[in-house]
Structure formats: structure tokens, C-alpha cells
Design a protein around this ligand. Structure first.
Ligand code: NAD
Length: 347
């Protein structure tokens, strides 16, 4: 089936989306919308989308093009209105993160999608990278035992300019959302409570919330700790962060690039009583290669799962209704940092 897509938001991220769409033979970009119409026009020109309808008013472009899908790549503050407009006009929506500014808004959008019978899928592209898939299947196999804690360190000093330097809670809302979603994907469980702090170093070039620490309790009782800063020059971590997962049998570390290492305790042979050694002997655990059927590809991978959901009628892995649990982690961490209290997480 050939899908007719309207792109809303022709800023930096739209390039990645248009690259992903260009890899598919079943997507035609029929409209480009940006509140700055020159940007939409420039995108049409640079992408040779001469037949696409260009405009600054989504409703008018939807009426003119009659698409079945909308790609929402606008700044977070404009998201809810764009998603609502698209859903109420009968379009499936693939939407950038964060899904919404607050949980009521997110629930409302998920409810609108349900009522309209349309798919509303959120771009949590970090799930769709090979190391996350490999770790997730190793953890799910039980090879490191039951997960007792996950830890993520994220330290980078990017000078973006634009909306990120003007938004409050910027690290938690715009970046940590990926790590929090990855923690759900890697552990296979949702978070139930959080204690968090936000801070801004004196040298910060962000308005508020450039740096944060958060400690989540997952449903099983496992702890997920996150330490992050966007005001950390030098010795940067990867954009995925550096991870350690501790299980009842052993541990796994991931540098956030391609290096994954795991070790588990060597069980004493039957009948052999363990000695009083301080540390138990361990052995390296092979981390299996990527399952050839694993869904990967970053934005292209999320886009594939979006179209598979439309074709199959089954919800995508990052469907809005499921993504509520990720957004709730972000918003509860913000609430904890604001109030200084542990926050129970509700979706
Ligand atoms: N998933 C990822 O890895 C990832 C990475 C970067 C950015 N993002 C997300 O992508 C989104 C866009 O980020 P960006 O870096 O492209 O921002 P950007 O500022 O470069 O572009 C956003 C565009 O949206 C337009 N816009 C704003 N309000 C609009 C409205 N009501 N109608 C139409 N257009 C409107 C702006 O004019 C701008 O051109 C954000 O939500 C951001 O968090 C995701």
C-alpha cells in the first residue's frame, strides 16, 4: 500500500526522518508544513519534493492533500495540537518524543487515537539500535539472572542553540527520556517510583535543568540510577550513555557504542563447598550476536514498526499508550526534583 504522508516541522530532525522515508518505496511525501513556511519551502526544494503541497497551516495542508499519515517533528510545545489535528482528521501519527508536555495531555492523545482507531506511535529510536536489542535479549534469556539494578551515566556538553537552551527541565524532557525508555526496554519492566534532583552548573548555557540524577524503583524492586549532564565538557560518554546492569548471576557493561561485556559467577561443582574467598570466581559470558530478525535501524526502524502496525492492526512497540510509562518516568522525576519528595509513578 502506498502511504501519503504530510511532514509537520521542517527543522533539524526532519532530515533524519526524510532520509528514513526515502528508503521506503511505500511512502510519498505529499505535504510539508512549518510555521516558518520558508523552511518548508526550502525542504521541498532541497529534497526535490516539487509536487508536495507546502504551507504553514496543518489543517489547510491536510485538506489539500488528504494523507493517511502525519509525521510530527515539531518542537515539543507544539506537539499536542499537531497530533490532535492529525488524529481528528483521520491520520495515523508518528510523533517525535517527548510524547506530550504532561500526562493528562498524553492520556488525551492516546485516547483520541483509540477513539479514532488510528495508530499514534512515538519515536523512541534508541530501542531500535543493535546493542540495545542484543542486551535486551541476553537479559531476557536470564543469563545474568534476575536484574537487580541498572545504571546509566550520560555526560556531554553540546551547544545546540535553539529551543533546548530556552526550555525548562531540558535534560530530563529532551534527552533522559531516551535512557528512561531504554531502561524499560532493557529490564522489561516499568518504574514505580523515583527520587530525583536537577541542577545547573554555574557555567550552564541552558535555561534550566541541564543536569539531573534520578533513582527509580522498577516494579520488581530493581533500582535504575541515572546520572546525566548536558554541561559536561570533555571525556564525553556516548549519546546512549554508559550502562551497567547487575543481575543475580553476574553483570553486564555497555560503553554506549559497540562494546558489550558480561561476566557471571562460576557456580561451584556439585558437592564442592565454596571456599571463604572474598570474591567469587567469574567467567566471561558471550554476548550473542544480533538476532537477524531483531528490529533495528534507529528512526528507520521506528518508522518500519509504525507502518507494520498500520498494516497488521497490532500496536507498535512504542505506541503512545505504552509510551505513557516512559513519559511518566520523565515527569515524575521532574516532580521529585521540584518537590524534593519520592514520587509514586502513575500512568
Ligand atoms: N529522537 C531523537 O533522537 C531526536 C533527536 C533530536 C530531536 N528530537 C525531537 O524532534 C523534535 C524537533 O527537534 P528539532 O531538533 O528538529 O527542532 P528544530 O527547532 O530544528 O525544528 C522544529 C521545527 O518545528 C517548527 N514548528 C514549531 N511549531 C510548529 C507548529 N505549530 N507547526 C508547524 N511547525 C512548527 C519550527 O519552525 C521548526 O522548523 C523535538 O521534539 C525533539 O525533541 C528527537
Amino acid at each position: 500500500m502506498l502511504h501519503r504522508a504530510v511532514v509537520v516541522g521542517c527543522g533539524a530532525m526532519s532530515r533524519v526522518w526524510l532520509d528514513a522515508a526515502a528508503q521506503r518505496s511505500d511512502v510519498e511525501i505529499v505535504g510539508l508544513v512549518d510555521r516558518d513556511e520558508d523552511r518548508a519551502r526550502e525542504t521541498a526544494r532541497s529534497r526535490s519534493l516539487a509536487t508536495a503541497t507546502v504551507g504553514s497551516d496543518l489543517t489547510a495542508v491536510l485538506a489539500a492533500t488528504n494523507p493517511d499519515v502525519v509525521f510530527d517533528i515539531v518542537v515539543p510545545e507544539a506537539r499536542a495540537e499537531v497530533v490532535e489535528t492529525a488524529l481528528t482528521r483521520g491520520c495515523h501519527v508518528l510523533s517525535e518524543k517527548p510524547m506530550a508536555a504532561n500526562l493528562d495531555e498524553a492520556r488525551r492523545l492516546a485516547g483520541l487515537a483509540r477513539a479514532a482507531g488510528k495508530h499514534h506511535v512515538v519515536v523512541q529510536n534508541r530501542r531500535f539500535i543493535a546493542p540495545v536489542r542484543r542486551i535486551r535479549s541476553l537479559v531476557a534469556s536470564g543469563a545474568v539472572g534476575a536484574v537487580t539494578s541498572l545504571h546509566c551515566d550520560f555526560f556531554i556538553g553540546p551547544h545546540f542553540g535553539g529551543f533546548r537552551e530556552e526550555m525548562d527541565h531540558i535534560l530530563l524532557l529532551d534527552m533522559a527520556v531516551h535512557a528512561f525508555d531504554a531502561a524499560r526496554a532493557l529490564s522489561g519492566e516499568d518504574a514505580v517510583s523515583v527520587m530525583a534532583e536537577e541542577w545547573d552548573p554555574a557555567s550552564s548555557w541552558f535555561q534550566q535543568g541541564s543536569s539531573a540524577v534520578a533513582a527509580f524503583r522498577m516494579r520488581s524492586g530493581a533500582l535504575f540510577s541515572y546520572r546525566g549532564s548536558w554541561c559536561a565538557e570533555g571525556l564525553q560518554t556516548s549519546w546512549e550513555g554508559r550502562w551497567r546492569i547487575v543481575g543475580t548471576k553476574g553483570s553486564l557493561v555497555w560503553d554506549g557504542h559497540d562494546a558489550i561485556a558480561a561476566e557471571i559467577v562460576v557456580e561451584p561443582a556439585a558437592g564442592v563447598v565454596a571456599s571463604g574467598d572474598l570474591l567469587r570466581p567469574t567467567r566471561v559470558l558471550d554476548v550473542p550476536d544480533l538476532d537477524p530478525d531483531a528490529a533495528i535501524g534507529g528512526h528507520a526502524g521506528v518508522m518500519r514498526s509504525f507502518f507494520e502496525a498500520i498494516e497488521s492492526g497490532r500496536p507498535a512497540e512504542t505506541d503512545g499508550a505504552s509510551n505513557l510509562a516512559t513519559l511518566a518516568m520523565v515527569l515524575s522525576a521532574i516532580e521529585s526534583a521540584r518537590t524534593g519528595r519520592r514520587i509514586e509513578i502513575e500512568t
